[in-house]
Design a protein around this ligand. Sequence first.
Ligand code: SF4
Ligand code: SF4
Ligand code: SF4
Ligand code: FES
Length: 887
Amino acid sequence: MDNIVLTIDNKKISCPAGTSILQAAIQNDIKIPHLCYHPDLKPFGACRLCLVEDEQSGRLMASCVTPVVADMTLLTDTPRILSHRRNIVRLMIAEHPESCIVCSKGNRCQLRWAAAQMGIGETDLYSMPNYKPLEQANPFIIRDLSKCILCGKCIRADHELVVVGAIDYNLRGFESRPATVHEQGLEQSNCTFCGTCVSMCPTGALSAKSSQYVGSPATESFSICGFCGVGCSLAMGQSAGKVIDVNPAHLADSVNKATLCVRGHFAHDFLNSPRRLIAPMMPKEKEDETSEMAPVSWDAALDQVADRLRQIKEESGPQSIAFLGSSKCSNEENYLIQKIARVLIGTNNVDNGGYVSGQFLSTILDQKTGGGGRPAPFDNLATADVIVVLGADPNHSLPVVSYYLKRAAKNGVPLVVIDPRKTDLVSFASLWLPIKPQTDLELINAMAALLHETNAYDSEFIDRYAEGFSLFTYALSSLDMKKICRLTGLEMQQVNAMAALLKEKRVAFVIGHGILQQRYGTHTLGAILNLSLMTGSLGAEGAGIYILARENNQNGAMDMGTIPDLLPGRMPIAEDSNRKTWEKNWGIKISPDPGLNMGRVIEAAESGQLKALYIMGENPLRSLPQPQRVKAALENLEFVAVQDILDSEIANLADVVLPGAAMSEKGGSFTNLEGRIQSFAPVVTPPGKAKPDWEILDLLAARLETSATYGSLEKIRDEIRRLVPAYADLNGSATAWVKPYSPMAVFGARDAHEMISFSPVVSSADEPDDSDYPFTAILGSLRYHLGSGTRTSASERIRDLDHTGDVAINVRDADKLKLKDGDAVKIETRWGEIKRNIGRSNRIGPGQLFVPLAVNDNDAMNLIDLTDLSEPNSTGWKTCAAKITRA
Ligand code: SF4
Ligand code: SF4
Ligand code: SF4
Ligand code: FES
């Protein structure tokens, strides 16, 4: 777009045509007061504070809704403008209640700020406060609409950014207010408590319940959300060394911009939980000869860990020791823990909690595509040809991803949702395929066959990048569509409708736990890759495969090598050249044997092959299936060290507990699921004697090998930058991006020489009906908890919600079983049982049960088998056969 030139306050500026006057002024450091403008929202023109005057015509105009015109000459602070602005603010103040003085928005209230700037104290206008009842029944948000100035930011944020539509204008004139349907409380509406409206609100009309009467933060610093893989940027406010307020950082180039979800906005109170570990601990014998954990010095705790690891290594060899790095800890910490395992102990037994989220599929994708499996920025989804969401309910698991999907769908991008349940995304979808659980593989194969049949594939892309197409299409020709319809429970018409949407389109596949943890996960991923190759989607803008990493640093932990069979830089350990590279880097010999993954660690502990386990920031007792079996296995070990931030079941099993720091209490970097490396600095200091995890590992390394210390975070980063080329840009201040690993990762690169093979066409088994366990239980997350819920269940606000995780059952099934809402039931599978209440639902198909994870200490993990997820014949962790009876 052409630039045009205009003058504001005697300053000549240039900006693209179509820019609003206010934007042009902001871009050129010219300050114009405004209350209803936000760069991420459509301009609205409600407050009229942003008035400017056209010098030639004398016309006053709201600068946020008026586009620039060439050769305009504008003034922003003439006496006329100032008088109008003062009157606007005086009227707002006259309508405001007297509670201003105790308002929790305090000095951050933009109305108060504007009034102070204009020298407005008490107004001489007749005071007409517009009292409204305080709404605060929910644990997160207080609505005091007597302080509302009708700027409309909350409504626009709710509709345009998070696309929920929980609030809208109600009534007119003096009575007009943002309200839910029928003026009910937010807790009775479809509000997700993302808090985006709260951080947008310029006054105290909307505020976080948590920040009521705690005063304004003394400082506000940039940080990164430590919950899910989106990696939202945060502004964390602290007072007296405690985080008291969290808001989106409102950065234009961040992944979340002005949005957050309920966890990021409100669940960070877990940082101040009384369950925080604040001192190193070891068991102390009591008089009755039992023992209890008691605080000890750092030296005593670390000496004990080093001595025991050294002793066990000497007695039983390095393979008798395993380490769990953390999908929640920083890149620097993960690099360090795997280096301790591989270099100082001499074992490849190192994994991280991403195992639970099926991270092995990311490895497979990387390896099959030569690093081309990296997802692209979410921004690209806005321009996708078509988006297919499989086995993912990002509205709950990764809410900010769902905002991207909903916004794209609202703007006309066709969205296909493949899910047995009618998730919230379905109302935005062009097509919903209510597929039977675990049959996605069949549907994707059918898509490939139908696109092939109609010649609707990208032969140029296939010729250039793929091999084995003829064999693949030969296998497709034998697929039986009738059988596919029977297995998937779909009509041929529905299958054809999806093929029509994909025809000659580049596709963005968004896949979640429904695929990553399912029985046929590996084959389904192979089928998705086949379809991506056929449609030329890999590497195309707004297309490709988006694997929804659940934990905040799952991708970074993989990049740093806390994976048994991958060295840092995701280099497969089985390849001689990779081992040689790292043997040279570290000056050691590396065994080609892949170490134990998290599942195998439990088996090795049971058999006695494993003697010691060092766990950093993971809780296998909650995150793995069969917690009793996992507990018995860990009790079988000679030594367990737990480095964590919260006291939990796993800390109770430890021989030594080392208190770590949460992300707001240390420096480091996380890599989000787009490959964005984001660095952060401490906002507060760790509680008590807790230390940053990198420092704990560094102190331990020093005890194992005196020359192995770094002494500073920067030195660890230096080494990562030097040795892991994908992290060459890790800089400790701004966002960097993971660099592609190989030329194949950049499709179109001239020297891309390897070819990607089509995966074999595999069909799922025709399962007989199971009369003993006639239901299919689907395990899944709800937005208030992340993963197994260790951190979110330490949040008082989430607990106050009293979220009980009712099991959803189809209304007709409930009728047959004579069950009504809230009835207590027992869910049994071949592996275990749980008790819950039920909720009747039309969003789930007959014969299915939806069991929310994370509640009741994540007891739902009792229902499934502890099978190694990464094994192709694994029965998966997502679904299982179940029966339901009245409890
Ligand atoms: S909290 Fe989020 S979902 Fe609820 S009204 Fe505000 S913006 Fe909408
Ligand atoms: S509640 Fe706040 S954001 Fe919403 S219209 Fe009122 S003042 Fe504006
Ligand atoms: S939990 Fe995920 S989506 Fe929510 S604020 Fe944190 S990073 Fe963003
Ligand atoms: S900021 Fe322009 S009218 Fe409110």
